[in-house]
Design a protein around this ligand. Structure first.
Ligand code: AMP
Ligand code: MG
Length: 324
């Protein structure tokens, strides 16, 4: 059985949500890392069983298939994620929208297996008519959700962050004093390492595969009981007729955000909020998004393409998290 040595920084990892998770933790001597690994995987499996649109038996898939007029009882974790999704939808004036499932599928970024190409205009109109977070109706303190007919949730923009928070809470509960948890690039850190230092993480600089694009200077964040999430189009996108279509959809048009930032990074108290806000700010775009982040005190950094170069801009709140 894998056991930790004194003051040991242990690493664990595995697969979840179509990507990887990893945990670095400051382990007590003799800590049973194998048992921790199993329970971390179980916690993430639970998120998948509730919120994965790729799993036909998940709660989110059952909601999608539920008859119009039926109320679905949500598991506690699902209800918590939906609470945050609705909060960010409201505060971002709908830039973030957890009901974009039909549009995500239509553009080929969902579980439906639709090819990635520009769909017909009437298909976009049809999918838009079936979306809209204001159609969400809940009761019993948010634990029951109405299926009004044709509503389809997509929590992909927030579930990875939630997964990182859930694992962090789980590890704290098992007496782990410090850990850095990552799920598909969304990161939550708590506690201090044995040397008394907070966790440090390198922020993605969104360098292109194209070597002609200049690298940005490396940015290192201190995560002292904080979280960081990044939205970007590096992996999830396609090109058609010389235009780039990324997987972040503007709910106002039903079309992927045009001229999307190469990456948007947000630091927040928890990874769920950081994840949701990174997506919301991507929809707003670099100029309106930066202005919004400044007036709402969000710690955000935008990396945009400017010809063959990348340009970064950040709020003061983000700057204050950078390592000296
Ligand atoms: P992220 O990488 O966290 O920005 O999440 C992107 C994913 O969120 C996409 O692949 C879609 O499944 C979903 N999505 C796309 N546009 C939006 C939006 N405007 N609001 C919420 N979720 C979205
Ligand atoms: Mg996100």
């Amino acid at each position: 059985m894998e056991q930790a040595a004194a003051g040991h920084l242990a690493s664990l990892g595995g697969e979840t949500m179509g990507t990887r998770w990893s945990v670095r933790l400051s382990a007590r001597p003799g800590a049973d890392l194998h048992a921790l690994h199993v329970t971390i995987q179980q916690a993430l499996d639970q998120v998948v069983a509730q919120m994965s649109t790729w799993d036909p038996g998940s709660d989110i898939s059952r909601y999608r298939n539920a008859p119009a007029g039926s109320w679905l009882r949500l598991p506690r974790e699902f209800a918590c994620v939906l609470d945050c999704a609705i909060e960010v939808a409201r505060r971002s004036d709908g830039a973030f929208d957890p009901t974009l499932g039909p549009l995500v599928d239509l553009w080929g970024f969902g579980s439906a297996g639709t090819p990635r190409r520009v769909p017909a205009l009437d298909a976009i109109d049809d999918a838009r008519a079936r979306s809209g977070w204001s159609r969400l109706q809940r009761r019993d303190g948010g634990r029951e959700l109405l299926q009004p007919g044709g509503l389809q949730l997509d929590l992909s923009a927030i579930a990875k962050g939630f997964g990182a928070d859930l694992v962090a809470t789980h590890l704290r509960g098992r007496g782990i004093e410090a850990a850095l948890v990552e799920v598909g690039g969304e990161i939550r850190g708590y506690g201090r390492k044995a040397d008394g230092e907070p966790w440090r993480v390198l922020v993605e600089s969104a360098a292109e595969e194209d070597a002609s694009v200049d690298e940005l200077p490396p940015r290192v964040l201190c995560l002292d009981d904080a979280a960081v999430a990044t939205s970007g189009d590096r992996w999830h996108r396609f090109e058609q007729d010389g235009r780039r279509y990324a997987h972040t959809i503007d709910p106002r048009t039903g079309v992927p955000v045009s001229d999307a930032a190469a990456s948007v990074t947000v630091v927040a108290a928890d990874a769920m909020h950081a994840d949701a806000w990174a997506t919301a700010l991507t929809v707003m775009g670099a100029s309106a998004g930066l202005e919004f982040a400044r007036t709402h005190g969000l710690a955000a950094r935008f990396v945009v393409r400017a010809g063959a170069r990348l340009r970064e801009s950040m709020t003061d709140a983000f700057q204050s998290h950078l390592a000296a």
